[in-house]
Design a protein around this ligand. Sequence first.
Ligand code: HEM
Length: 181
Amino acid sequence: MKGVIFTHLQEMIESQQGFQVWNAILERCDLPSEGVFVSTEQYPDEELFAIVDELSAVSGLSVNDLLGAFGEYLFPNLHKSVPSEIFAPLTLWELLEGLDSIIHMEVKKLDKKAQTPTLTVKRSSDKEIVLEYRSTKKLYHLAMGMLKGAAEVFDEKVTLAKPICMHDGHSCCELVITRNV
Ligand code: HEM
């Protein structure tokens, strides 16, 4: 996982729980990186899971809920970093339709080692978009949180659902975004 994801996780934990909590988590995790993350480098996914496991132990919240909350925090930060000459979607729908073909494609162009999920549009209408999430990382709770964060950024009231999930043995998840009208 790219360092930029870790640096935002660190920022979230430090701003919401305090530096002491971040330091305590690092001490308990004993990570090979020692918690020093460079945004352009890659680090083992296990380090992310170890940090979130410890955060769960400290906060009493479930790992899934924490991944969702982190996704919500992460989206506006990553969104800000996309240069407008590359992609400046005006609506949530435009963003979602360009996730795979523009945003994550650009991430992989800039970094051959980047491992983004596949997020393809399966169906799209004015009212609803269905995205198919495929990734060996199985970070669909993070993805759902990012969708929530994206709806907030674009000031859209939506309902999110995951009727098909890899958790139940499926090869992908279906993420459904429905406009509340
Ligand atoms: C709602 C919008 C988005 C969703 C649902 C989404 C979903 C995800 C998920 C779930 C991952 C974790 C890896 C995996 O599951 O395989 C990921 C990785 C990543 N995404 Fe996105 N993403 C979104 C928008 C963005 C934006 C706006 C950027 C801006 C540059 C971005 C850049 C990245 C990067 C850099 C990674 C890490 C790649 C790596 O570790 O090598 N994403 N994305």
